[in-house]
Ligand binder design. Structure first.
Ligand SMILES: Nc1ncnc2c1ncn2[C@@H]1O[C@H](COP(=O)(O)OP(=O)(O)OP(=O)(O)O)[C@@H](O)[C@H]1O
Ligand SMILES: [Mg+2]
Length: 309
């Protein structure tokens, strides 16, 4: 929705209330973030001359993928963090790491049942559980301590997490992204050579509206979209086996079709997935032969195939 202040502005200037004026990809300068019409708009200067960072790879890391959705609470961390992608790769003796890029609400320590400070050897040394290397802001601050930082501090911390972790030799690094399409997403997509992005969404329209924003952001910055995972697709009653589509049933699949990307699979809403997240014990570890582990493995295989792992 267009802010009321801006509507007043256009009412007074008589300019058209075209939506495209507010496209987040239009004229974006820090002194005019809403792209308001102005006579002294700064000239467009090429990226290099503006001193913007060039994309680079993370030392020692083979492939890097981002698990994202502009929507919060749809299961990004649960999916990224519980080895669902990792298992088939790990089975082949390859090394996998996960980087929690959520500075304000890190989830990886809990999901991996990890605590303690990563040692410092000029660079941060990741912690390990289930054979997976992980790094998170949550290792550096207490579980109950809020990070009360302004943007510049957050970006500095993110850059250190991206460039100053000693991963050793990893075949795959998974980045668990926070919700939104802001600073963190921009920094990652501008600074890191990503092999692809996986979008997670529930089937509900209200989640998909934001997921589509995420899709368009990755398209805009030329990061390959590996596909959408539809999380919480269906709920099967453990007592009577009745199936309920709590958040709708097919939204993410239709969105995938519409945007020309692959629908990677459906993950049901299930109490055990939630409980295992709190226990810090991934489904593929606690119930390796269960139906959910099988679903995650299939999705993981698809992703690994797509990035050539
Ligand atoms: N398929 C599922 N079945 C049951 N619970 C789930 C499922 N997927 C995720 N959850 C639960 O939903 C909640 C949100 O999941 P999660 O924290 O992974 O989302 P997120 O997208 O990473 O959130 P944020 O945007 O805050 O980073 C958690 O309590 C998690 O355990
Ligand atoms: Mg998360």
């Amino acid at each position: 929705m267009i802010p009321i202040k801006l509507l007043h502005f256009f009412a007074s200037t008589g300019l058209p209330k075209s939506k495209s004026r507010f496209s987040s990809f239009n004229a974006k300068f820090h002194e005019n973030p809403l792209g308001l019409p102005r006579s002294d708009a700064p000239p467009v200067i090429p990226r290099m001359q503006r001193g913007l960072p060039q994309k680079r790879s993370i030392p020692g890391v083979g492939k890097v993928i981002a698990v994202s959705s502009a929507k919060g609470g749809v299961g990004k961390s649960t999916i990224a963090g519980k080895l669902y992608f990792i298992h088939p790769v790990a089975l082949q003796g390859r090394k996998v790491g996960i980087l929690d890029t959520d500075i304000f609400g890190p989830s990886i320590p809990k999901l991996f049942n990890l605590s303690g400070e990563p040692s410092l050897d000029n660079r941060l040394i990741p912690l390990q559980n289930y054979g997976v290397e992980s790094m998170s802001m949550g290792f550096l601050v207490g579980e109950e301590a809020p990070v009360v930082w302004r943007g510049l501090m957050v970006m500095k911390a993110l850059q250190q997490l991206l460039h100053e972790v000693e991963w050793g030799a990893l075949d795959l690094l998974i980045l668990d992204l926070p919700p939104g399409t802001g600073d963190t997403q921009l920094t990652i997509t501008q600074q890191i050579l990503l092999d692809g992005a996986v979008i997670v969404s529930t089937p509900q329209d209200i989640a998909l509206i934001d997921a589509v924003k995420g899709i368009n952001m990755f398209k805009k910055v030329n990061v390959p979209l590996l596909g959408i995972i539809q999380n919480m697709s269906i709920f099967v009653c453990p007592k009577c086996n009745h199936e309920t589509s709590i958040f709708g049933c097919d939204g993410a699949r239709r969105t995938a079709e519409k945007h020309g990307i692959e629908h990677l699979g459906d993950i049901p809403l299930h109490q055990s997935i939630c409980a295992q997240a709190d226990l810090g014990k991934p489904t593929v570890i606690s119930e390796p032969d269960g139906i959910y582990a099988q679903i995650f493995r299939e999705i993981a295989k698809r992703i690994c195939n797509k990035i050539g792992l």
